[in-house]
Write a protein that binds this ligand. Sequence first.
Ligand code: C2E
Ligand code: MG
Ligand code: MG
Length: 332
Amino acid sequence: IRCYFASIGMTVFPSDGSKPEELLRASDIAMYQAKDAGRGRAVFFQAEMQRKLVERLKLESGMHRALQRHDFTLHYQPIVDEAAGGALGVEALVRWPGGDQAPWVPPAVFVPVAEENGLIVKLGDWILRSACEQFARWRSEGLRLDYVSVNVSVRQLREPDFVAKLIAALKDSGMQGKDLQVEITESVLAHGAELERTLGNITAQGVRLALDDFGTGYSSLSYLRAYPIHTVKIDRSFVQGLPRDPAACRLAESIILMCAVLGKNVVAEGVETEAQQQFLRRAGCTAIQGYLLGRPMEAADIPGFARRLRSTARTATPEYIIATSPHTAKIA
Ligand code: C2E
Ligand code: MG
Ligand code: MG
């Protein structure tokens, strides 16, 4: 049986327009709202809808232009694992500097739009290649970095040639698979069988998979077990309440324990205070990313960051360098 749901857009004369074309355009906008809201609905036109549509069209055309003009750039945020001998990785984060003193458009605004209209495929190709090229440049300058981590959207993974492009990006920059980490979100895992082979082909290159923003999507233990996820990144929202909020503390401890049981690496995102880091360290999570260590920065600032980090680690107390947790100890 096939079910069809009509989506209806409604408009009122004369408040929404005095000419037939205006009324039709307004009802069309309302109809798309009805579709977006899940179909099978009737929606009245509101002036706010028009404003949002115009804003979105501006954003979309701005992104096309920015891609052509090479306006996008990457910043890098350190990820440090003090237990693994101070292993240092960086996450590539895309930036869109608005021209002429305009404020930068945050990725949380433009990435979802790029995912919807498909531009993320082209933008994502550029991000992956640029991050790999930058990694190779750092290496050739003598910088010891363990890996670069790149965010990849579902839309990119669904492209049939994604893995071929990833292999080419590694080869062209002389990188090994282990030098690269790919960050995916739980929504990727929800695509199940469709992407399973792609994920397998990625890890077959030695590239590690990290599950980003863990706990904010449809987290499922069976996904975690079934897919070749190497690292779980605990979302910032769980870290924020540490160490004062007892619920946040129990949740963070449970995620860390669960990862240890499943043999997954764990990284805490959005660590801003010493107290949060100490709590995480005691709970068994020694790998962190966040403003406490360093904000996302330009590529040129990473070598200086690495130098400072290594000189601090040399002079730090042993407790800073090797912190074992009661949980990890119990499981081992
Ligand atoms: P994400 O991948 O979870 O990246 C971490 C975000 O948290 C970054 O925001 C980073 O600046 C921010 N952050 C890191 N440490 C702290 C902290 O201590 N406190 C606070 N308050 N924030 C912190 P950003 O750069 O604005 O990126 C937001 C999201 O946009 C990313 O979340 C990711 O989902 C998406 N994104 C960014 N770059 C890319 C990209 O190159 N490709 C794709 N597909 N998505 C990207
Ligand atoms: Mg990420
Ligand atoms: Mg995240």
